[in-house]
Design a binder for this molecule. Structure first.
Ligand code: GLU
Length: 516
């Protein structure tokens, strides 16, 4: 629970104080409005780049937790950095979240009572709250130049002290401030941190936390261009939007005491915080683009099922009692803050593919057809252009166990429907070892004397070849598979046989014969 023993700011009023407890509280009063305490979480991305595995998990955890509590999930766009925020990134991240089946009850496209949901449209709100702090002398203008600040940092580091703002402008008189302003200097504004006491809170993932106010220098809450700084607008918005739980990466842990101080100073409710362990790569380094943190767009484009991504990422740092493939609803119902791990979670692409395999096993034939049919092959033809309508169903069922991605399906389209299959090295070896007599015997079976029937399925065909060539088992099946499919493993030949048709099979056996 948050209490600041010697902080000089006013404590919360009785209603707001309730809000700080962990017990279920049904309502609190804010600016005369009674607000019901429904669990509310949020994802607050800055639209400065693509959504990738590293940051999508934060969205998922917040969404899952809100769902587990029948609560509300908010999407808030933190676009205060005008230079780096771009509309196209926002649109892309919204599309990515939709694809993942993550939906919000409040946010862009889904306005609730607490909008606007873009920080760029909330400047008036921030302005009002700056005014409250100014009225209480809890923020002050800072005219220090970047050079001055950097010198001070260096001096502190050199004397073995952690760098924090030295307080140079904290005691400027009104006259000094006015003179600087009249000279056209553009100050940033700092929050006046109490000189003593501490900030304590119970992190929902990491347990009791305590920060000494004396270690926290006065920090910037308003930039010199007038824009709201992250600490400020992020905290104020959480409070005003009624966010009850903030789940975010542990890189934000040291921001939390600062944000709690701001909220306390503004007499705004403080959410509960949970800082999740980072995702790391196989070397223990934070997951980065270089070490495999793929963008959601690239996963979608290579044919991952969104449910596979969600099933894996929801388990990365969160323990579910079931290892089964779970629906969104089951993932939400099974989510609990107590099951979030404190140790870094290691991202393993093999695990992601395991969930992809399970997602594929769940999918019915129509879904799989839909999933792969637009996928282009090497010649930019789509799978749907190449597989005859009447064979869709049988084709998908023949190859589905041998595919993880549409590219794999595309490969089998080529194997089945191209004139000649692409031989791989193993197949070429098997074909050479089988010898010409074997293939001659196989061809004879398919163009027998008029009196003998042509085998209509693979079993009958293989049986007849085995007899004629005097081979069985691997010696029989491998050379047939290698010649007909171009490789030594793959879907059941019995399923491929009717899709290929006799003419294509004959051509392939002749081709194998010519290799001798
Ligand atoms: N916009 C911040 C970020 O993307 C939000 C941090 C938070 O979740 O509070 O890092």
């Amino acid at each position: 629970m948050f209490h600041s023993t010697a902080c000089h700011h006013k404590r919360f009023g009785p209603d707001a104080q309730n809000f700080l407890g962990f017990e279920a509280i049904t309502a609190f009063r804010y600016h005369g409005r009674v607000m019901t305490k429904l669990t509310k979480t949020r994802f607050a991305p800055s639209p400065t780049g693509e959504l990738h595995l590293g940051n999508v998990r934060t969205a998922l955890f917040n969404w899952l937790y809100a769902g587990s509590q029948q609560g509300v999930f908010i999407l808030r766009i933190e676009d205060t950095d005008v230079d780096r925020s771009e509309k196209r990134h926002e649109q892309a991240l919204i599309a990515d979240l939709h694809w993942l089946d993550v939906h919000w009850q409040e946010g862009p496209g889904c306005d609730g009572d607490n909008g606007p949901y873009h920080q760029s449209a909330r400047q008036d709100i921030y302005q009002r709250h700056y005014q409250h702090l100014q009225d209480k002398d809890l923020m002050y203008p800072c005219f220090c130049s970047p050079q001055q600040l950097s010198l001070s940092r260096k001096a502190q580091l050199a004397s073995g002290r952690p760098p924090r703002y030295a307080g140079t402008c904290a005691g400027l008189s009104k006259e000094e401030i006015d003179t600087k302003l009249q000279n056209g200097e553009q100050p940033a504004w700092r929050f006046r941190v109490p000189t003593g006491g501490d900030v304590q809170f119970d992190d929902r993932v990491r347990g009791a936390q305590k920060f000494n106010c004396a270690d926290i220098g006065d920090f910037i809450i308003r930039r010199s261009n007038g824009g709201a700084a992250f600490f400020f607008c992020n905290a104020v918005d959480d409070a005003l939007m009624g966010v009850t739980h903030v789940l975010r990466g542990e890189d934000h842990l040291s921001n939390t005491p600062r944000q709690m101080m701001i909220l306390q100073a503004l007499e705004l409710p403080v959410p509960q915080y949970g800082h999740t362990a980072m995702i790391v790569d196989d070397k223990g380094a934070p997951l980065s683009k270089r070490s495999g943190s793929r963008s959601i767009r690239s996963l979608r484009e290579s044919g991952y099922f969104s449910a596979a991504v969600v099933n894996y990422m929801a388990r990365l740092g969160h323990q579910y009692s079931s290892n089964d493939f779970l629906s969104s609803e089951a993932l939400q119902n099974g989510f609990s803050l107590g099951s979030l791990g404190r140790a870094p979670a290691r991202f393993d692409p093999v695990q992601l593919d395991h969930w992809q395999k399970l997602a594929l096993e769940q999918a019915d034939t129509d879904t799989l057809w839909q999933w792969c049919s637009e996928y282009p092959d090497d010649q930019q033809r789509s799978i749907s252009q190449r597989v005859p309508d009447t064979q869709r169903h049988d084709f998908i069922n023949a190859v589905r166990d041998n595919c993880l991605f549409p590219a794999d399906v595309s490969h089998w389209v080529q194997v089945v429907y191209d004139e000649l299959p692409p031989f791989n090295e193993d197949a070429a070896e098997v074909i050479a070892a089988a010898g010409s007599e074997f293939y001659q015997a196989a061809l004879n079976i398919l163009s027998p004397e008029e009196s003998e029937p042509v085998p209509t399925d693979f079993r009958a065909f293989a049986g007849a070849v085995g007899k004629a060539a005097g081979v069985k088992g691997k010696q029989l099946f491998m050379p047939l598979r290698a010649a007909i499919s171009g490789q030594t493993s793959g879907p059941e030949m019995a399923r491929l046989w009717p899709l290929l048709g006799t003419a294509r099979i004959v051509a392939r056996l002749q081709h194998a014969l010519k290799q001798q």
